[in-house]
Design a protein around this ligand. Structure first.
Ligand SMILES: Cc1ncc(COP(=O)(O)O)c(C=O)c1O
Length: 370
């Protein structure tokens, strides 16, 4: 009855080995090419991927960096956000979003999220803006873009930057526009498990602002203007050639992988929508279902029971950002929606090689446990 085709005998939460198997020959060839050409850092592969990724996102510029956290940190640094500045961050996100703010010496101001989609909203942003606010970091969490019309109306009226943290939303759209094309700049993570993942760490900034792109490129390369002249106190955060080559190959498949994720999501909705709380869809938004999050009362019990039946799950996230001890100093009191969600959310298997039989098994098992 248990169905299982992956090597560890479980319904995998994510199966990168299965994802890479059919394109292994291309990845091997890219590695060989990198090795023979010694294009390890920067070079043609990085430039080619940057150009393609900017075009895919519908932006003018892309700067490859070492990871998605650095991408946020460098955008804020490039905009001159620092001590005394406030940056709005959804409480329901991965801590990296807030880490990048703190790394610049600025203050993360955590705001609550919509109870249905669990995404930041125009209303929660508007309520938290003060004279010190410089930017709102809008996270397209779980692969869904919130109402960017309403959000950009608020950020524009307030004169603050809208920055997209699109680490989980490669290829997601809102009214036909792709993630990355809405704000001053947007950031991506290419962590291997993301919808577009490298074979290690990687990240990127996309923007239409040529000056900001150039500033970020300088900051990410030791503050170098030319090879010998350092005009900024920068750092090292570069996308390497092998990762860029792998990303370039995997970008050929992103749309079809996202399509598969949407099919899987439809099955989950059909088979579980009447019995568990699922994320609501933002009107106009076409998500890419990075994660399939349900909410159940006994989340930890459900997780254990699924694990006992060969089904791997995840928790995104078990605490709202301001509840982590590391961010205690920025905890300004309860954010009830994010906190309640943290106790109840459970991420079911979701990836581009998940089969219909596997989804059926997961949903039958969940139903049997409720
Ligand atoms: C919403 C969000 N922001 C930022 C990041 C940070 O990306 P990275 O792990 O590449 O630094 C992640 C990655 O997990 C993420 O999910």
């Amino acid at each position: 009855m248990t169905l299982v085709h992956n090597q560890i005998g479980q319904v995998a939460f994510l199966d990168l080995a299965a994802l890479h198997a059919p394109i292994r020959h291309r990845l091997d060839a890219a590695w060989e090419h990198t090795l023979l050409g010694s294009g390890f850092i920067g070079g043609a592969a990085v430039a080619a991927f940057e150009e393609r990724w900017a075009e895919y996102c519908g932006t003018e510029h892309c700067v490859g960096v070492a990871n998605g956290t650095d991408a946020i940190e460098l955008v804020l640094a490039g905009l001159g956000v620092g001590p005394g500045d406030e940056v709005l961050v959804p409480a329901n996100t991965f801590v990296a979003t807030a880490e990048a703010v703190v790394a610049n010496g600025a203050t993360p101001v955590f705001v609550d999220v919509d109870p249905g989609s669990l995404l930041i909203t125009a209303g929660t942003i508007a309520a938290a803006i003060t004279p010190a606010t410089r930017a709102a970091l809008v996270v397209h969490l779980y692969g869904q873009i919130p109402d960017m019309d309403a959000i950009s109306a608020v950020t524009t009226a307030a004169g603050i930057h809208l920055i997209e943290d699109a680490a989980q939303a490669h290829g997601a759209t809102f009214h036909g526009r792709r993630a990355g094309s809405f704000g001053t700049a947007a950031t991506f993570s290419f962590y291997p498990g993301k919808n577009l993942g490298a074979l290690g760490d990687g990240g990127a900034v996309v923007t239409d602002d040529a000056e900001l792109a150039s500033e970020i490129r300088t900051l990410a390369n030791h503050g170098r203007d030319t090879h010998l002249l350092h005009t900024r106190r920068g750092r090292n955060s570069r996308l390497d050639g092998l990762q860029a080559a792998a990303l370039d190959i995997k970008l050929d498949y992103l749309d079809r992988w996202n399509h598969h994720r949407r099919m899987v999501h439809r099955l989950y909705r059909q088979q579980l929508g009447d019995i568990v709380e699922m994320l609501t869809n933002v009107p106009g938004s076409v998500p890419v279902h990075h994660l399939e999050v349900i909410r159940v009362d006994d989340r930890d019990g459900m997780r254990q029971a699924l694990n006992d039946r060969g089904i791997q799950t995840g928790v995104h996230y078990a605490s709202a950002c301001h509840q982590h001890p590391a961010f205690a100093e920025f905890n300004r009191g309860p954010l009830p929606v994010s906190e309640a969600a943290a106790d109840r959310q459970l991420s079911l298997p979701m990836h581009p090689t998940l089969t219909v039989d596997e989804v059926d098994y997961v949903t039958r098992t969940v139903r049997g446990l409720l």
